[in-house]
Unconditional design. Sequence first.
Length: 659
Amino acid sequence: MAAIAPPEICAGQMTADAHHIDSAVPQRQQRSSLLDRTSLSFRMGLMKGGFVAGIVALMLVTHQGLQLQSAATDRLARLSDAQRFADDVGRLNNSLRGDLYAALLGPPRPSGGMRQPLQSWQAEVRRLHDELDQEARVPLPPSLEKAVAETRERAEEFLLRSEDLMKVAARDSKAVLPLLPAFEERFADLDKKFDTLDALLSDDIAAATVDAVAARESADRLIFWGAALIIGIGTLLAWTITRSIRRSVGDVSAVARALADGNLDVRYEKTAGHEIGMIGASLNAMAQSLTRTLQRMRIDAEHERFSKEVTEAFELAESERAVATVAARAMQTISAEQPMQLLLADAGAVELRQVAQHPTAGSPGCGVRAPSSCVAIRRGSTVTYADSEQLNACPYLRGRQSSGLAATCVPLSFMGRSLGVLHATSRSDVPFSDVVVANLKSLAFAAATRTGTVRAFQRSQLQAMTDSLTGLLNRRALEIEMHDLVRRGCEFSVIVADLDHFKRLNDTLGHQSGDHALRRFGEALKGSLRADDRAARWGGEEFVVLLVGTLALQAAEWVDRLRTRLASELAQSGQPAFTSSFGIADSSMVRDTVSLLRIADSALYIAKSRGRDRASIGRPEFALGPDPRPRDNAEPTKGEVAAPQLTVARLRAHHEPRG
């Protein structure tokens, strides 16, 4: 029997080249950061948000810088406006003073001649008021506001005094002269105020100019460094997110490469529900599916290999005993611990008997005896029971020494005919695996096929070697047996028998009676043979018998008993009686089968010529002469009568040498 390897298959078993796992895959997955567990959309959104926040921050920084610069510029502008208004007020004051002196010190004017200068002077006063009002509206620092207020107050007083002088001058120009010293004094005081205000404004303008330049430079620096910081932070954020994405993609790529290299053990470890995680989950599902598929393929391959080896092993079995031996070895291969037995039905399909059991685990001890009592045989399909205590469990599982049994019964059938059942049991907590059940089916199929083939071959061989009418061997089969006995050097006797007057029996009573006589003679032969003896219908009404371990005189005794038995059976059956003649030879005479048959045939001729219904022992010299056989069932010659039964004593006396 070919070696049958056990199908040791487990869910995690992989090929040898699939274990060079890239160690960086789990390490990199263990080093994953919080960012790696977020979705790509979140990371891309975070990157976009970072850039938007950077742009907003840059805009705020720019706005702040511009505000600082604008504030400094605005201050400088206000101070410039204030200085301009102060200069204008100063000029207008000087102009009013000049106009006043021109009106007072000019040539005398006719009555009503002061109206025009007065109107002009009043217009200048209004302009001065407007300038003072505009100057008052310019926002200034508190220190300048106080100086401007004092200057405005002095200017208002100067205007009031000037207006009074102009009114006096309009009435009488000479009356103004005593008032001029006080006027000049007020003007000088006002002019000093303007000089002070101008100095303050100049200092503030200079300071504001410096501040404006500093603010512009500060704004430029703020914008530059703000932009640099924002760009740096944005770049760092983009690099971090991009690195995170590349790391996530790299993890998935590493898993995909490992799977592509045949390592189906590797898995994507992260369980985040983001896009990369979903791809990883898909890879895990694919790897799991490939693992299951590969496992099924390996199981199928192991099952196919087991089936092939079992089939080839059974092909070497030439008998049912050899089939049982192969089946027992295959049981050991399927499982080392689960009891199994093979039950085969006899040729008549009446009784089941155990022909093989597990070599080490033993037999389950199924008590079924008739094929019709087996559920699996009746159903014609495999039956599996998870627990013998179940309500629908096979009744033959109950009452055994071990309770809580699981069982699998696989029927054996060949060409639609039930041959038996393969029965296996296990503990209910250790159910049969799919591999074991599949291998049991393969074993049952192969065993049934070979058993059916052996039986069919034996039947065909028996038919080819057996005479269909009498059930004895045919001529060819007996010749093979004779040659085998000669080859092995065995002692044996050859008896040639012929039914007497068989042609007359056929012609008188019909061929049916002749066939019945042949069958009756064959039954008598079979009933008189030992286990190693052989008998054959040689042709027509002739028969040849081989008695192993027997010489001629012993064969004569056997013939005497056969003739007595045949006569008794014919008398009891009430059927037409017939007799037969016998020629005897043995292997001590010659070792050639043809010569032995010639000697026995010549002895048969002698028995017939002496009156039939008797036996005659041949002599070696009969092998050298011509065939002495008479015509088939020839009538006795004139005066020849049927001799009485030839006893052994008379045969012995006839053939003993005479003194």
